[in-house]
Structures are given as structure tokens and as C-alpha cells.
Design a protein around this ligand. Structure first.
Ligand code: FES
Length: 208
């Protein structure tokens, strides 16, 4: 298994005070942002009884599990157990953390200890995330101007102009999700429509 940064979402899809499900290869994660904007990513499993932490809720600088309400700080440590309000939770009760950084409006995940920085995506801005019920080869077959594996790039014709498109690929068991970026000068609405058309064409090709 190659250790690398994998895009799991776009910054604008995770506002302050929110939590979302993320994924690094086959590992499911909870990715959340505190009220003051601190990012954290943990395995999507509460240390108590295994409830998904991505189903929890953010309150200030903590994330609470939705099952029995155990409260975790941004460092992953358990801060409060509602059933035992006088107890200081032992340090061993801790969510298992992943590295999570944002760059160019993209949320990147990697195991803790990654030496390199995430890929630099110069002069690109985020557009949207799409999930498709087809594989990458089908997408590349529909739009031959795009090429790559984890990071798909190419110049395509949109609205009468050549625009740089970048798709950050996140494989899923039954398809792929990609997080799309485009050149800074491009019309985001037009790019978004072009992406929808790409999805439709790729899925129709699979269904035919
Ligand atoms: S499973 Fe999370 S608090 Fe019990």
C-alpha cells in the first residue's frame, strides 16, 4: 500500500463547526473543523463502542459522539464522559488520528508522519466534488484530453475556450469520486455543467 496524500474533499464543503465522512484508501475517517477552524481527521470509529464519529456533532472545539455523547478534543483525546461527569477520562481514550491539511482549497489526508507536503496545484481553484458509478478508464475514454492516475489533468474546450481541468481521484468500491479544480480565470458555472455532462456521458457508456 503506497503512503501518499489523498484528496478527500474541498474546503468549502467543510465549514467551521461541521463534520464529514472522509476516506484514505480503504480507511474510513471522520474529518471535522472546530468552531474556530481547527481541522482534525480520525478513524471513523468511536473508541467507546465503535459508532461512526462522522455521525457526531461539533460543539465549539470538540466533537461529540452521537451514541453515548463522549466528547473529544481536536487532539483526539476524550475530554468528557456524560455518564461519569466527575471522571477525568484517561489519556488512553483517544481517537486514532490521521494527518489532514488543506491547500488550494482541497482537504488532503495521509497517515500521521508523512514527510512530504501535499501536491501543489498552482493557478487552480476548486469547483465541486462528483461521485460516479464508473471507473477512471471510462472517464478517460470519454474525454481523451485528460490523462493521469491519482491526479487527472488536461486542457479541454469549455464555452469556446481552452480551460485547464484537474480531477483529484478518490477510488470507491463501486466507482470513483473526484474533486474538480479549474484554471483561475474559468467560469465555474460552465465548468460545473461540463463536469455534469462528463459524468452523464461516462455513466451512459457503462450502461450501454
Ligand atoms: S460509541 Fe461513542 S460514546 Fe459510545
Amino acid at each position: 500500500m503506497t503512503t501518499r496524500w489523498i484528496a478527500t474533499g474541498l474546503s468549502h464543503d467543510l465549514p467551521n463547526g461541521a463534520v464529514m465522512a472522509g476516506q484514505w484508501q480503504a480507511t474510513e475517517l471522520a474529518v471535522w473543523r472546530s468552531a474556530t477552524g481547527k481541522l482534525a481527521a480520525w478513524k471513523d470509529r468511536c473508541p467507546h463502542r465503535g459508532m461512526r464519529l462522522s455521525h457526531g456533532f461539533v460543539r465549539g472545539e470538540t466533537l461529540s459522539c452521537i451514541y453515548h455523547g463522549w466528547v473529544y478534543g481536536t487532539d483526539g483525546g476524550c475530554k468528557h464522559i456524560p455518564a461519569h461527569p466527575a471522571l477525568t477520562p484517561p489519556a488512553a481514550i483517544c481517537a486514532e488520528g490521521f494527518a489532514c491539511v488543506e491547500a488550494n482549497g482541497v482537504l488532503w489526508l495521509a497517515p500521521v508522519g508523512m514527510a512530504e507536503d501535499p501536491p501543489r496545484l498552482v493557478d487552480l481553484r476548486p469547483v465541486r466534488t462528483l461521485s460516479l458509478t464508473c471507473d477512471l478508464a471510462t472517464i478517460l475514454g470519454v474525454e481523451p484530453a485528460l490523462g493521469g492516475s491519482d491526479i487527472i489533468r488536461g486542457s479541454v474546450r469549455i464555452g469556446g475556450q481552452d480551460e485547464e481541468i484537474c480531477l483529484l481521484v478518490q477510488p470507491r468500491p463501486n466507482g470513483i469520486t473526484f474533486h474538480a479544480l479549474c484554471s483561475a480565470r474559468a467560469d465555474v458555472v460552465q465548468v460545473s455543467r461540463w463536469l455534469e455532462a462528463l459524468r452523464r456521458s461516462a455513466e451512459e457508456k457503462v450502461a450501454a
